[in-house]
Write a protein that binds this ligand. Structure first.
Ligand code: NOJ
Length: 762
């Protein structure tokens, strides 16, 4: 045992131990790191190696069921004996320093911990939920937003975020839809790349960056019936063409870690899945970072019926390529004996430990374990004005204008008598969403406060009946209020004779997120009734939606003249919404996910297959793919979103009608702003591969550009289609572009019909 009590002595002994000169530089070369990792590995006992593969929670159990062993496992003691390589849910420089000090100064080799945390969309300063950010289609803003989260987390002692979640999902019933980029692999890949760059920056050892973690590998977003943690069964085409691409994009961005998943995939739990982790990720994709399990997912292989006990679970997970065990205790309890019994190769342990140590070196932790523990930096960085401004900008860009009949919006800034109604109108907590572990409750700017920032109009606020019963919390189930009608009549009375009524309705912040799947997607509780009652006395209603997932709002779409999708927008929510309502910001968001008309249509997504009996324009045949009680169409399609500007598309042109293999085609169209406001339009490019060795979707997003036009301005917008845009995972089990005819579409949403066609490779 090393019994030194000062870091200076530790540093000296570790430096001597690994046979290197003291290294003060933080950006070590690949070669340097490999040499240092190898020498350190040579000094480690098997138990110490296994220790690096063990991750413990920071003693407050908020992100999963408390493991049976609980604190009885003696976590502090395990830090001393080198049995812990990482901790999660420790936050703040003082707390991090405390655990780091034990690992560094009291364990034999003094290897620092890597501290992980769910920094999903902000640390203390909260950005919009990731699904909302995806609606911006603005990669630079998304990168910066992740940069804010990283800077605040790093200033608080954290080295590693469990984000981005890059799971594609087609199911709004799934509560975690809010945590990803929606349904599309192309948009999802661009966003995955931007978020990794935002978290990790250019220098992982810099004190404002953290290591990122792509999760959940793989297919977690395809849980059956949208029920969280449920079984997943998907075919090869969906796996390769839809689920894998955003994960692959995180590798291209240089991601350092992956997290596996709770779900099984075609009969094999992701945590024990060698095909996913060894063959694809570490094999074909050449990933050299490490894979952490999800919370207790090694243990959950027992409930899956894949492992008989903890020991077998540890064996299966380690052999399959899970390098670190989050909170199952099975690695620390069983891996040593499994190696001794020859059930897990010692070389696999070495491989896992090398991967983990490498990231610790890259983070600069081996150089200075306390580099992220500066209380002065913590005070100045967290919550800075610059961060507030960046998340405000992200929030404005995330808003989607769904309807604006008669140009009800934007509102005049003076002379109006406005009623502000709804349980979320003054809510300072819901906009923070459910993934805001470090944020202070009730710190978002409410819509009421945002509107009060404009002084020219009179505002009467009436909450109406509450949305949930009792105090919702991260752990507690939110109980939807369907009984307590207090405030109902007062809200309706307040709406009478007003110039405009703004209603803020939707989901409470804890109604979406992990473990929060829903079977109905209407406005929860008494809100639909309230909306109809208010509309009965005043037709001039602006509905502001706050929600973590697509909702089925057919009635509102039919009756309410203006609808603004404002998601859960984070700390600056109310300011962003007010700026949009008053026209100081012209909305340009586009939906990253289809809004269905009915839950029965789910999964409903734009890039579906044509089928052998495709959708018909007139529903006069029984034997084609349809419902007898609902259309096949969504309420709002993927890519949809309005502006105060009025955009028109015309004159699609192609550079050629045929191009040889390896050639490119340019497609363009004229975009005009025929409205009275300057605005930004996200112009979208879709293709369709008409005949292929595996059937292809009716449309696939392949490009987008944000174009800003003044009133009356027109501009030709062009895209170059490269062979890589035509590729898919073909019947040859490779990514390739097959020769044949392609349709190409340009427009402001996935339902655009402005199209051309060209032949490729013939
Ligand atoms: C479980 C979640 O699935 C995962 O995304 C998260 O990072 C861990 N809990 C840790 O909190």
């Amino acid at each position: 045992m090393k019994n030194t009590s000062t870091y200076a002595l530790f540093a000296l002994s570790l430096t001597m131990a690994i046979g290197q000169a003291t290294a003060q530089n933080t950006s070590l070369s690949e070669g340097d790191i490999t040499r240092k990792v190898d020498s350190l590995l040579g000094l480690m006992t098997l138990a110490e190696k296994v220790g690096q593969m063990n991750q413990y929670n920071g003693f407050w159990d908020v992100t999963g069921p408390v493991p049976a062993e609980g604190d009885a496992a003696g976590k502090y003691e395990h830090l001393r004996t080198g049995k812990v390589g990482s901790m999660l849910n420790v936050q703040g420089t003082a707390e991090v320093r405390k655990v780091q000090k034990i690992a560094v100064e009291e364990s034999r080799l003094g290897i620092p911990l890597i501290i992980g945390f769910d920094v999903i969309h902000g640390y203390k300063t909260i950005s919009p939920i990731p699904l909302a950010e995806a609606a911006s289609w603005d990669m630079e803003a998304i990168r910066k937003s992740a940069g804010v989260a990283a800077a605040e987390a790093a200033a608080s002692g954290i080295n590693w975020t469990f984000a981005p979640m890059v799971d594609i999902s087609r199911d709004p019933r799934w509560g975690r839809i809010m945590e990803g980029a929606g349904e599309d692999p192309y948009l999802g890949s661009k966003i995955a790349f931007a978020r990794v760059k935002g978290f990790q920056g250019d220098d992982l050892a810099a004190t404002h960056t953290v290591a990122a973690c792509a999760k959940h590998f793989a297919a977690y977003g395809f849980s059956e019936a949208g029920r969280d943690y449920n079984t997943v069964d998907v075919g090869t085409s969906t796996l390769y063409n839809v689920i894998f691409p955003p994960f692959k994009a995180t590798l291209d961005a240089g991601i350092k870690t992956f997290m596996n998943a709770f779900n099984e995939l075609n009969g094999v739990p992701a945590t024990g899945n060698a095909f996913l982790q060894r063959d694809i990720l570490k094999g074909q994709w050449g990933f050299n970072g490490f894979v952490v399990s999800d919370w207790g997912s090694v243990n959950e292989m027992i409930a899956h019926g894949f492992a008989a006990d903890g020991k077998q679970a540890a064996m299966l997970a380690a052999n399959a390529g899970s390098d670190m065990d989050m909170e199952s205790y099975h690695y620390v309890n069983h891996l040593e004996s499994l190696v001794k019994e020859g059930k897990v190769e010692a070389s696999l342990i070495d491989d896992a430990v090398r991967r983990i140590l490498r990231v610790k070196y890259e983070l600069g932790l081996m150089d200075d374990p306390y580099r992220y523990c500066d209380p002065e930096r913590e005070k100045t960085v967290i919550g800075s004005t610059e961060h507030q401004e960046l998340v405000l900008d992200m929030a404005r860009k995330s808003i989607v204008l769904l309807k604006n009949e008669g140009d009800l919006l934007p509102l005049a800034k003076s002379g109006l008598d406005i009623a502000l109604i709804g349980p979320l109108a003054a809510d300072k907590d819901s906009p923070l969403g459910s993934w805001r572990l470090a944020a202070d409750a009730g710190t978002a700017v409410s819509v009421l406060e945002g509107l009060q920032g404009y002084e020219g109009n009179a505002i009467t606020h009436a909450a109406g009946p509450g949305l949930v019963l009792g105090e919702p919390s991260f752990i507690m189930e939110t109980k939807i209020n369907t009984t307590d009608r207090s405030g109902f009549e007062a809200a309706v009375a307040a709406a009478k004779n007003k110039d405009v009524v703004i209603m803020v309705l939707g989901e409470h912040g804890f109604q979406s997120g992990e473990g929060r799947s829903r079977t109905s997607l209407g406005l929860p509780g008494l809100q639909q009734e309230l909306l109809e009652a208010v509309y009965a006395v005043n037709k001039k209603v602006v509905l502001v939606l706050m929600n973590g997932r697509p909702l089925t709002i057919n009635w509102a779409d039919e009756h309410i003249p203006a609808i603004v999708e404002a998601w859960h927008l984070g700390s600056q929510s109310g300011n962003a919404i007010a700026q949009v309502l008053y026209g100081d910001y012209n909305p340009s968001g586009k939906l990253p996910m289809t809004f269905p008309k009915d839950v029965g249509q789910i999964p409903l997504y734009y890039n579906h297959k044509n089928t052998g009996r495709p959708t018909q324009p007139a529903p006069d045949l029984v034997f084609w793919t349809h419902y007898i009680d609902q259309s096949n169409d969504p309420l709002y399609e993927f890519g949809y979103g309005l502006s105060y500007a009025k955009f028109r598309y015309s004159d699609l042109e192609l550079s050629s009608a045929a191009v040889g293999a390896g050639g490119t085609v340019t497609v363009s169209c004229l975009l005009s702003n025929n409205g009275a406001y300057e605005g930004t339009e996200v112009v979208q490019l879709y293709i369709r591969d008409l005949v292929a060795s595996r059937t292809r979707p009716v449309k696939e997003l392949k490009g987008f550009q944000s174009i800003r036009l003044k009133p009356g301005e027109s501009r030709r917008v062009s895209f170059t289609i490269a062979p890589s845009d035509l590729e898919f995972y073909s019947a040859n089990n490779v990514w390739e572009a097959e020769p044949g005819e392609f349709e190409v579409f340009l427009g402001g949403s996935s339902s655009t019909e402005l199209k051309g066609a060209f032949v490729y490779g013939k």
